[in-house]
Write a protein that binds this ligand. Sequence first.
Ligand SMILES: [Zn+2]
Length: 265
Amino acid sequence: MKALTTESAGSLAASWLRALQPPPDVPCPRCRRLEAAGFIEHFGMCERCWKGARDETARQENLAALWRNSGLPPVAGRLGFVDMDPARTDPKAIRACRDWQYRQRGLYLWGPTGAGKTRLALCLARRELMENQRRVLFICLPQLFQDLKQSFHTADPGPRRLLRAARSARLLVLDDIGVGHGRDFGESEILPMVSARLDQGLPTIYTSNLSWSQKNAVPGFETLEDRLGPRVAQRVIASSTAIWVTGQSNWIFRQMASVRKEDKR
Ligand SMILES: [Zn+2]
């Protein structure tokens, strides 16, 4: 056996010292900032990049959950105000919707079929969900009415669950209010939902082809009150600002403008 010389003892001590010292910092593969080698080896990036990636993952997971529960059709995922066609939808209505800020008072988008009311509502819903991460719920009321009728036979709890969720969603879109349903459904289901939201100060966006009030009724358009009764109409009016949505070339738009001019005389 080799005797332990002074020289070999020295090199042994030096290698112990090297082992005790932490390895030198290495650059992060993402941002090139220097970070402890152990951290990079373990997490694959520096601490700041790792925290950023972790927050981004949490944000993406939150957005995915918000989408899953929103009831929004897939087309809404790609829909922005820039995609609205000013030849088809009145640019004033597009501007008014784009300028709407999240607040207690929602919007009542009304006008003829095919003028882009639902598209505008979807743009708003997408914006609030994607940019502000708000819990948005989109309900097509004629569909919900049918599903509720069906559920009396099938005992499906889905439609009732949707009605409960509608009371507390941060933003609710009620598409086609007054289409395919009448006063009974209005007073039994829509009234409690809209009242609960008013009490909590939560905004609702409605789309409809019913006149908002008797005052601005347009020939050929039934009013909200005629269709759903005064109590529903009163709460819808209390919770929203009306925006007339029409195509620029639409005859009813010109007719509406002439009715307004006559009113002013
Ligand atoms: Zn980094």
